[in-house]
Design a protein. Structure first.
Length: 147
């Protein structure tokens, strides 16, 4: 087996999540996907009476949540009934939107203009994280294979 084939095989078998740039980009895309999901739910419920606009915790809080093992509720007895999880991924928590300050007549706090801006920003950030991931992969492949 030639040296080039060994390097190519190593690239195929490599777990990219162990490399910090890939893990960080992947975590960021997971967080952005959760935020986009919550934003779309807000838009879908814009006409629902007394619906409270939601958001997810910050990306920094998600990263800190992944580092600590004691975050969230713990089932101390196997007979505990699991509740509905507001966690879309490790460390991501849904919460009431702290920026939603205007309430409509029916008690709804969803502002469609803010949600539209949030959705556009989230989409742009997701695209940037995906490009970072792809370019880093290309750079690693080029460094290992010489092509």
């Amino acid at each position: 087996m030639t040296y080039t084939r060994i390097k190519a095989a190593a690239v195929k078998k490599m777990n990219l999540s162990n490399i910090s740039i890939f893990g960080l980009a992947s975590d960021r895309m997971t967080w952005l996907a959760a935020r986009q999901k919550v934003t779309s739910e807000n838009v879908a419920n814009a006409g629902t009476p007394k619906f409270q606009s939601r958001d997810v915790t910050s990306f920094a809080a998600m990263i800190d949540g992944n580092r600590t093992t004691g975050s969230g509720l713990v089932a101390t007895d196997p007979r505990h009934i699991p509740g509905l999880s507001t966690t879309s991924a490790a460390g991501i928590r849904e919460m009431d939107d702290p920026t939603a300050i205007h309430t409509s007549i029916n008690g709804n706090t969803v502002n469609l203009e803010e949600q539209t801006i949030r959705a556009a920003e989230t989409s742009d950030q997701y695209r940037m994280a995906a490009q970072l991931y792809r370019k880093s992969y290309d750079l690693l492949t080029m460094a290992l294979t010489g092509r």
